[in-house]
Design a protein around this ligand. Structure first.
Ligand code: ADP
Ligand code: MG
Length: 254
């Protein structure tokens, strides 16, 4: 990769009792890239994502974001440094509108900054900027025409996109997506992957994706890490990784 990574792990290991879930894992996410982690069940994907997000502390190794060692930071501190994640069940306010859902976290965040609220003109200016940014993001996710609808009116797939829109308001550098295509029909799944490719170029955000639906995900991603039994057994562009003998063996041999 030509650009230095925005996020990487270095020799990360994690065991649960006698089970070695991660065994010296090195993965990296380059700026404005879609990076995919694949591997059969039990290969360590969720553990890796939880170590990166700060939900699990590794037994060894480091997690580095933007040149900074974040291994010991809790999840909210990582979020402030630009590392965000989505959840399998979208965390939305169903009685609020689409636009309100996108704007809510900005209010929460800025309410802490009392001084800024006292400077009312500055606040109004910012409010205007947030609404402009909200519409830019909603447009990129094809939700802008629904801005006034209650979130409860959205389909399951649209709710996932709305959660992503809300996360994008905080201008993260990297977003970790845990199975974004789970339970989504093929045409929407292709649409979602297409949105991710436009978000990385329009907003300069990178994605680290764990996904089982390889037929769809592999068409869109730039770089793939394949895991098996807690180790990275292959990495590279998608077409090379799927042909790699260690990857074929991992999926066939279990
Ligand atoms: P994947 O997401 O690729 O299916 P996981 O990271 O969930 O894999 O699991 C990797 C290994 O670690 C598996 O053997 C799993 O049983 C074990 N494991 C994961 N989480 C825990 C836990 N909280 N306690 C005990 N074992 C766990
Ligand atoms: Mg998992």
């Amino acid at each position: 990769m030509s650009l230095s990574p925005i996020l990487y792990t270095e020799n990360v290991s994690k065991r649960f009792g006698g089970v070695v879930a991660l065994d010296g894992v090195n993965v990296h996410v380059s700026p404005k890239m879609l990076t995919l982690v694949i591997g059969p069940n039990g290969s360590g994907k969720s553990t890796l994502i939880n170590v990166i997000g700060g939900i699990l502390r590794p037994d060894g190794g480091r997690v580095v974001l933007n040149g900074r060692d974040i291994t010991k930071l809790p999840p909210h501190a990582r979020f402030r440094l630009g590392l965000a994640r989505t959840f399998q069940t979208p965390q939305l306010f169903t009685s609020l509108s689409v636009l309100e859902n996108v704007l809510v976290p900005m209010h929460e965040y800025y309410e802490e900054r009392v001084l800024e609220i006292l400077l009312r003109n500055a606040w109004r200016l910012r409010e205007r900027e947030y609404i402009d940014r909200a519409f830019q993001i909603l447009r990129l996710l094809n939700l802008d025409h629904l801005w006034d609808a209650p979130a409860s009116d959205l389909s399951g797939g649209q709710m996932k996109l709305l959660e992503l829109a809300r996360i994008l308001m905080s201008d993260p550098r990297v977003i970790v997506l845990d199975e974004p295509l789970a339970g989504v029909n093929p045409s929407l799944a292709n649409e979602i992957m297409g949105y991710l490719t436009s978000l990385r170029s329009e907003l300069g955000v990178s994605f680290l994706i764990v996904e089982h639906r390889l037929d769809i995900a592999l068409k869109f991603v730039d770089y793939v890490f394949a895991m098996h039994q807690g180790r990275v057994v292959a990495e590279g562009p998608p077409d090379a990784v799927v042909k790699h003998p260690a990857v074929i063996e991992a999926y066939l041999g279990g």
